[in-house]
Design a protein around this ligand. Structure first.
Ligand code: FPP
Length: 240
């Protein structure tokens, strides 16, 4: 543990909007996809950093429902990267006691990626180290629509009554069921938007924006975010 964190509260759950891969690459005269290569690698490196600093849950926004609108070449490159990391680095994390889950709508992903994700989820379900969530084809509004449709069917079939719906029911039926709400939400690259990420879940989260591009986000940057988090006057949430 880093001594700068002595006496500080560590957020239980940190959600990250990893932004700036394209600009990182451009600044170095590289193609955009090289930014994604580096960004994907950094997700893996950061898993160990989150774990080392005592953060229990790390949720990374890798691909949004909006991201399909990018060029076919870019989408394909991201999907290849995703497949390769699921098959290699994430498997390694699985052996290091990391629990891996996916949030988002799965059926639009290739069968191969769906299977890699399902296998990782099954193989890591009893892991007790870092709880890592990868948001893929994720959009908060889409998540809420799926939950609402499922709820409507349950009501129609008499499985639940309208009065069974309350805040707990909703939390328990989103993709993030069993995962505490984020204490801290970080967005990299200087943009200050939420971009349809975890809208229900971040009701009480602290928001932290840094100009650092995601491929450069490292332990030092995470420590800065945690120090800033400790300077906030926080009234709700689940951090110890
Ligand atoms: C944001 O940068 C990045 C994305 C929307 C895609 C991120 C995808 C990966 C890192 C690959 C997925 C692989 C794994 C292992 C999960 P941007 O392209 O929006 O950057 P810009 O705003 O500077 O253009």
């Amino acid at each position: 543990m880093d001594e700068r964190l002595n006496g500080l509260k560590i957020p239980t759950h940190v959600a990250v909007i990893l932004d700036g891969n394209g600009r990182w690459a451009k600044g170095k005269g590289l193609p955009r996809t090289m930014g994604h290569v580096q960004g994907a690698k950094n997700i893996e490196d950061m898993m160990y950093v989150f774990d080392e600093l005592g953060v229990k849950y790390f949720t990374a926004y890798a691909f949004s429902t909006e991201n399909w609108k990018r060029s076919e070449d870019e989408v394909n490159a991201i999907m290849v990267l995703l497949k390769n990391h699921l098959a290699a680095g994430f498997k390694k994390a699985a052996k290091n006691n990391v629990r891996i889950r996916m949030i988002g709508e799965r059926t639009r992903l290739s069968k191969e990626i769906q299977k890699l994700i399902a296998d990782l989820e099954e193989d890591t379900k009893n892991n007790t180290g870092l709880q890592f969530q990868l948001a893929v084809n994720y959009g908060s509004r889409d998540e809420i629509v799926r939950m609402m449709r499922d709820t409507a069917v349950k009501i129609k079939e008499g499985i639940i009554l309208p009065e069974d719906i309350n805040e707990k029911y909703i939390s328990d039926n989103l993709d993030t069921k069993d995962i505490p709400d984020p204490d801290l939400m970080i967005r990299t690259s200087g943009e200050q938007r939420i971009s349809n990420y975890l809208l229900w879940q971040i009701a009480y989260s602290e928001l932290y924006f840094t100009p650092c591009y995601w491929p450069d986000f490292n332990k030092e940057e995470l420590i800065k975010a945690i120090v800033e988090y400790n300077n906030r006057d926080r009234r709700y949430g689940n951090a110890k």
